[in-house]
Design a protein around this ligand. Structure first.
Ligand SMILES: Cc1cc2nc3c(=O)[nH]c(=O)nc-3n(C[C@H](O)[C@H](O)[C@H](O)COP(=O)(O)O)c2cc1C
Length: 138
């Protein structure tokens, strides 16, 4: 069965609350378990970085739903590829809440990511975390 991994960043709605974030996380975990999707969702207070992995049609359908979701905007696909195996097999969707400062965020990220994560994926997460941090504007 072919597997697809997709990484995107987006800007959270300005007035997003802790309850909104909890609702997003709950929906993601529940639906992903049904759809055979796994991944991680990183939030730094202003931006999201999400990696989703699963069957190509399930990923494409989720991206369609994400594009319509008013809780964030400016969804930009940063990486999309076919993969041999999942990077986050244990996570139907893990929420990683990090500081707005990249220097603090990178320690949290290093701490939270699965220890056996492939190095290129680990580097992509750090690079994208830096992109959405205040240190780099886009
Ligand atoms: C940042 C963010 C991440 C999300 N991640 C997921 C996800 O991993 N899986 C999922 O099914 N829905 C996720 N959602 C919710 C979807 O956008 C959508 O609301 C949900 O899939 C239900 O689809 P529907 O609103 O078309 O019924 C996320 C929403 C946001 C704002």
């Amino acid at each position: 069965m072919s597997l697809k991994s997709l990484t995107y960043t987006s800007l959270a709605r300005l007035d997003l609350t802790a309850e909104d974030l909890e609702a997003i996380h709950r929906t993601a975990r529940e639906l992903n378990a049904l759809d055979g999707i796994s991944g991680m969702l990183l939030f730094n207070g202003t931006h999201f970085l999400q990696i989703i992995e699963g069957a190509p049609h399930a990923i494409d359908e989720l991206v369609e739903r994400l594009r319509r979701d008013p809780r964030h905007s400016g969804l930009e696909i940063r990486d999309e590829r076919e993969v041999e195996r999942r990077s986050f097999p244990e996570w139907s969707m893990e929420l990683v809440h990090v500081s707005a400062s990249y220097f603090e965020a990178k320690d949290t990220v290093a701490d939270k990511l699965p220890p056996d994560l492939l190095q290129p994926v680990h580097e992509r997460v750090l690079r994208m975390t830096e992109t959405i941090s205040g240190t780099v504007s886009f």
